[in-house]
Write a protein that binds this ligand. Structure first.
Ligand code: MMA
Ligand code: CA
Length: 200
């Protein structure tokens, strides 16, 4: 689990890196010099015939620097077992436990939503945390008004499921869905203390 000390360190890294990017300057690698030219060219800074204005290259440079800093931060978060990725989705945990409704709220507050596996790859990305923290996690799936029929939180139908043998079994009495440590799903009451896993 992420200790307060380590979290503080990562924050420190982020704040250390931020000033560089806000000013468009690199922290560790030199800037792109794709459209640079020497003063002897006699050409006004910022405009070269046949090229995009110099600001364009500066923008590209800033983007390149940001991509570099983000990939470094992702490396740190991956190393600390805080994020996994599948397709374009990033899954993350804060290592804390809560009931379904609190998990929903926490994920929303962080700008994401509760982890919702839509294929085996995404199920595995969530399973990584469930195994690592040896704690079940709630998924973004709930029972519909028709007992034993489950759906995504937006009401759309499931096109991928990974139910454990003989689940769902609650028949209207277990409205939430938890992931077991083998990646299979069980319908369950929503008040269990489970690992918070969000998607972004
Ligand atoms: C518990 C509960 C259910 C689950 C069964 C499986 C006894 O109830 O977790 O949701 O289906 O165990 O045996
Ligand atoms: Ca069940």
């Amino acid at each position: 689990m992420l200790s307060p000390q380590l979290f503080h360190k990562i924050l420190g890294v982020a704040f250390f890196l931020l000033p560089c990017c806000a000013q468009g300057k690199p922290a560790g690698i030199p800037p792109l010099r794709g459209f640079a030219h020497s003063p002897e060219d006699g050409i006004d800074e910022g405009f070269i015939p046949g090229f995009l204005p110099l600001v364009e290259s500066e923008t590209e440079d800033v983007i390149r620097q940001l991509e570099y800093q983000i990939s470094r931060l992702e490396g740190v978060l991956r190393l600390e077992k805080m994020i996994t990725a599948s397709g374009g989705k990033i899954f993350a945990t804060n290592g804390k436990k809560a009931g379904f409704h609190t998990a929903l709220k926490k994920c929303k507050e962080a700008g994401g939503s509760i982890a919702t596996p839509r294929n085996p790859g995404e199920n595995d990305a969530i399973l990584y945390f469930v195994k690592n923290f040896n704690t079940y996690a709630y998924l973004g799936i709930k029972e519909s008004l028709i007992p034993s029929k489950f759906q995504f939180l937006d009401g759309t139908q499931l096109n991928y499921t990974n139910w454990h043998l003989n689940e769902p079994s609650g028949k209207g009495e277990e409205e939430c869905v938890e992931m077991y440590t083998d990646g299979t799903w069980n319908d369950k009451k929503c008040n269990q203390n489970h690992l918070i896993v969000c998607q972004f």
